[in-house]
Design a binder for this molecule. Structure first.
Ligand SMILES: Cc1ncc(COP(=O)(O)O)c(C=O)c1O
Length: 388
């Protein structure tokens, strides 16, 4: 744009000379929820913050000066988190969602370093590593999408220099997890900075938080987006040694969380009874969804300790199923760029009504797809079997 607001012809050219080549393969995240009535593609909680807690948030907000930067509120949220977890506030680094914390960690420590990740795994690790000019070394999951520590250890030791290992635990998208012993093995057998992303730990238990004081190369990540149902508020944090947190603070924007998010987060944590109720209900619903999915012909599910389930159908390209579900108003996640996951879809656990709508749509879609492949079913048999 010129100063007069008229677009120059020059401005419409690509940003030659500025655009970084290694970023050109990345796709900007742009979810399309147009026409979607059942949204089960990004592992949100189906439960909003209860109305009475929202009221408390609003009351507190009335007393907050919006003309002031929110430093005091950030300190007070860090103290709240620290006292709940039995750690020091100086060990906590807040982020505008855990996504931002991951970016901060990689910008702080990643430049020119090898970053070892499980493949497939949560996509932000790759994006943040590339943005930070780090080298990604991906360790493929094992047979049947199994998780293991041996490949991570081998890769970390093969780099020959200090590296970063990011372990998604519980693992997105398989829903499985490594044991504490596995992760301790990575810490003991390497000199890597080990980042353990516990975005879904409330659904599984078994946090590694208590190991942070024992291993000063361990960073544990948490978010309020899942179990606490605050995805729209954007609050995540890391727990590490105070030394690591001080390094992260040099890169973190001074006021990366706004007053509104800080107040919502603190009020939610102070009234966290709703969270354990939501988790219990999601876990119960996950088991029902797992059973029901398993009863659909051609569907196989991976066991999950999270708020989502990865499953495959007998349709060769999961994208076909995803697109057909969209036409029924249901969104789920697929991974067309991950060769291991071409047949797999990931569905978040919603309310019973949402999950029933999804199951019904999936049954219809698989029947339609079946008919397209082998012809319409007649009395439980395909017309192809009937000789047509
Ligand atoms: C493993 C994992 N880490 C981090 C995040 C990002 O969480 P946030 O909403 O706090 O940015 C997600 C979100 O889906 C996730 O699955």
């Amino acid at each position: 744009m010129t100063v007069t607001g008229v677009t120059n012809e020059q401005d419409t050219r690509p940003v030659d000379g500025f655009a970084r080549l290694e970023l050109q393969t990345l796709q900007a995240y742009a979810p399309d929820w147009d026409g979607i009535r059942v949204r089960l593609d990004c592992n949100e909680s189906p439960f909003d913050l209860p109305a009475q807690i929202k009221e408390r948030v609003l009351d507190r907000l009335k007393a907050i000066p919006f003309n002031r930067y929110p430093q005091g509120l950030a300190v007070s949220l860090k103290r709240e988190i620290a006292s709940r977890l039995g750690i020091r506030a100086t060990q906590v680094t807040l982020g505008n969602g855990l996504d931002e914390v991951i970016h901060i960690i990689l910008q702080t420590f990643g430049l020119g370093k090898d970053v070892i990740i499980q493949k497939p795994s949560f996509t932000t690790y790759t994006y943040a590593a590339l943005a930070a000019d780090a080298n990604i070394r991906a360790v493929p999951l094992g047979e049947g999408l199994s998780l293991g520590a041996a490949g991570l250890i081998e890769e970390a030791n093969a780099t020959g220099s200090p590296c970063i290992v990011i372990i998604c635990n519980p693992h997105n998208p398989t829903g499985g997890r490594l044991t504490e012993l596995d992760i301790v093995a990575v810490l003991e057998a390497t000199n890597a900075l080990v980042v353990v992303d516990e975005a879904y730990v409330e659904f599984s238990g078994g946090s590694l938080l208590r190991l942070v004081d024992q291993y000063d190369r361990l960073i544990v990540l948490r978010t309020l987006s899942k179990a606490f149902g605050l995805a729209g508020v954007r609050v995540g944090y890391s727990v590490s040694s105070a030394e690591i947190a001080a390094q992260l603070d040099r890169v973190r924007q001074p006021f990366n969380l706004d007053s509104l998010a800080l107040v919502v987060a603190q009020t939610a944590l102070q009234n966290d009874g709703y969270c354990s109720e939501a988790v219990a209900s999601i876990v119960e619903e996950r088991e029902r969804l797992f059973q029901r999915l398993g009863q659909i012909e051609g569907v196989t599910c991976l066991p999950s300790c999270t708020n989502f389930i990865l499953f495959k159908t007998n349709v060769p390209e999961a994208v076909t199923v995803r697109d057909a579900l969209r036409r029924h108003g249901v969104s789920v996640r697929v991974y067309p760029d991950e060769p291991m996951l071409r047949q797999y879809l990931r569905v978040s656990c919603g309310t019973a009504e949402e999950d029933d709508a999804f199951l019904e749509a999936l049954e219809d879609v698989l029947l339609e797809t079946d008919q397209t492949c082998v012809g319409p079913r007649v009395g439980g048999r395909t017309s192809a079997e009937d000789g047509e």
